[in-house]
Design a protein around this ligand. Structure first.
Ligand SMILES: [Zn+2]
Length: 403
């Protein structure tokens, strides 16, 4: 399975993945998913929001145990973020069948569409739509960098965008959703017990969001405009970037300007508009709000002294997700087997599991990432750890579905 997916959407120069939602690379990943489902004799379907499902047993029976993740990527992402959860889900089903396990209810593997938000700027579109966190009206207004709307992109990919919207009946038929994911940090690699642990369970997802900062000044000639006559938005942007690092470090939070666009974008021109996107995350919502407010203050202060206006727009926000403690502890015990419960750790990364946790009992398994690097071609996981993840996931599915 892994080798079948590995070349899809990989850029020959960077080695990173560019599997953006509803593009050709995404279609290839989705065809792979369908193949995996059909070659196992699983019931294949695409829901009203473009998420793919592979069913073992009758979905209508209810109380389904569902596992899976996503197959799309960030720009030049790694091979594991998303696909490891989908590949492991199919492998865990194979393992259950090999064990002769007899599930009492339906099991399913899911591939949520457009998880990373790389193309339309909003993450977890498939699960947000299903759970009602994103309205169909707002989804229809999402546009990519070329001005193509989400419905247009979905239509070109052969889907019917008219059906977009909440899917409460489907979610009500799920008894538990477990997402396996490569860890996006070093908590498992650095776990003091046993010299590191191959698998862990999520306790919580930090609240996080994206804010767009628009700095507006005046375009002018870089060679003839005296310093005192400039209204250069780049300076206010730079102040915001520096403030984001300082305040986040002080607060034990995270803040990143990882995307910026500049108009007119000439080497010999002072910019008229700098648009920077802030991604910020913290252990609690109060700290997160303080960090963002401090960055905004620094931006506005510098903007005022430079004659530059600053406008901040919150583009997305996900509140803190505390995974349900009962399921979390049960899964930690099931995944650990005789060795005792696996480590339980929080994460700063958003996931479909976090979005769904308000509607469905949800838990997450993490597989050790030796360097902690993610959203990069350097992302990695050892084969033994991936296999340990599959066995842990199979143990969890068996424990949940085979009473
Ligand atoms: Zn992911």
């Amino acid at each position: 399975m892994w080798s079948g997916l590995l070349p899809v959407g990989r850029h020959p120069d960077t080695g990173g993945y560019r599997r953006y939602a509803w593009t050709g690379a995404d279609a290839d990943c989705r065809a792979w998913f369908r193949d995996q489902a059909e070659s196992r004799g699983l019931g294949y379907e695409v829901d009203r929001n473009g998420n793919q499902w592979a069913w073992l047993g009758d979905p209508a029976a209810g109380d389904a145990v569902v596992t899976g993740s996503h197959l799309d990527s960030v720009p030049d992402g790694g091979a594991f973020d998303g696909p490891l959860g989908v590949v492991s889900a199919f492998a865990a089903l194979d393992e259950l069948r090999a064990r002769g396990a007899e599930p009492a209810g339906p099991l399913a593997v899911v591939n949520f569409g457009d998880e990373e938000g790389a193309r339309f700027g909003l993450a977890c579109v498939g699960s947000r739509l299903a759970s009602g966190h994103l309205t169909a009206e707002r989804a229809r207004e999402l546009r990519d960098a070329d001005g193509i709307t989400l419905p247009q992109a979905m239509e070109r990919a052969g889907l019917d965008p008219d059906s977009l919207g909440p899917d409460p009946e489907r979610l009500a038929s799920i008894g538990a959703f477990v997402e396996l994911h490569v860890e996006q940090g070093r908590a498992l690699a650095d776990d003091p017990r046993r010299g590191g642990a191959p698998v862990g369970v999520a306790s919580a997802i930090w609240p996080h969001g994206r804010w767009r900062f628009d700095f507006r000044g005046e375009a002018n000639h870089a060679g003839t405009t005296r310093i005192g006559d400039r209204r250069d938005p780049m300076l206010a942007y730079a102040a915001a970037v520096l403030a984001s690092r300082e305040t986040a470090a002080r607060a034990g939070a995270l803040a990143t300007f990882g995307k910026v666009s500049v108009e007119p974008g000439g080497v010999n021109a002072i910019a008229s508009l700098v648009r920077g996107w802030l991604d910020s995350r913290a252990a609690d919502e109060e700290t997160l709000a303080e960090v963002v407010a401090a960055v905004e203050r620094a931006a506005t202060d510098r903007g005022t002294s430079e004659g530059v206006s600053v406008q901040v727009t919150r583009e997305s926000f996900t509140p803190v997700v505390e995974f349900e403690h009962g399921l979390r502890d049960r899964i930690a015990a099931l995944a650990g087997g005789d060795a005792g419960p696996v480590p339980v750790l929080p994460t700063g990364a958003g996931h479909d599991a976090g979005v769904l946790s308000g509607s469905v009992p949800t838990a997450m398994l993490f597989v050790r990432n030796p360097t902690g690097i993610s959203h990069s071609p350097a992302e990695s996981a050892a084969e033994d750890d991936c296999l340990a993840g599959v066995i842990a996931l199979a143990d969890v599915l068996e424990g949940l579905a085979c009473p």
